[in-house]
Design a protein around this ligand. Structure first.
Ligand code: TYD
Length: 128
């Protein structure tokens, strides 16, 4: 599956906003891990790896950053700046996150627990 924005419900009322990502409705996989990236230093580029099987949904719950996704043939840069939509990232995508705002909190919902064996950290190996 190519990277896709998944619109999340904004259940706003006079008290403020609430968004939700639910398995089956918004996440096309069972969620087995959640992690979040925050307090990223200015100028830092994170990620620089691909996954063999892992599926993920990424959403900025605060602030903004860029997400560059590369399938080995072409790359697309997504601007992550809304807590109302999540980016689906399937297996076989080299990713680089950059331009984090100082208040950025990037939440990631993942289909598996952490397994270093699922990582490809060498770009040349990835393209092969
Ligand atoms: P890293 O893969 O470098 O993060 P990023 O891809 O965002 O740049 O992860 C930083 C450290 O955290 C590294 O030692 C691996 C560890 N880690 C876990 O233990 N569990 C996890 O779920 C994740 C995502 C990372």
């Amino acid at each position: 599956m190519i990277p896709t924005w998944i619109e999340l419900p904004s259940l706003g009322d006079e008290r403020g906003q609430l968004s939700v990502a639910e398995v089956g409705n918004h996440a096309p996989f069972d969620i087995r891990r959640v992690y979040w990236i925050y307090e990223t230093e200015e100028g830092v580029v994170r990620g620089k790896h691909a996954h063999v099987e892992l599926e993920q949904l990424a959403v900025v719950v605060a602030g903004s950053c860029k997400m560059r996704l590369d399938d080995g043939n072409s790359s697309v840069e997504f601007t992550m700046d809304s807590p109302r939509r999540a980016l689906y990232i399937g297996p076989g995508m080299w990713r680089e996150m950059s331009e984090f705002s100082s208040d950025c909190v990037l939440l990631v919902l993942a289909s598996e627990v952490y397994q270093e064996s699922d990582y490809i950290r060498d770009y040349e190996k990835f393209t092969k």
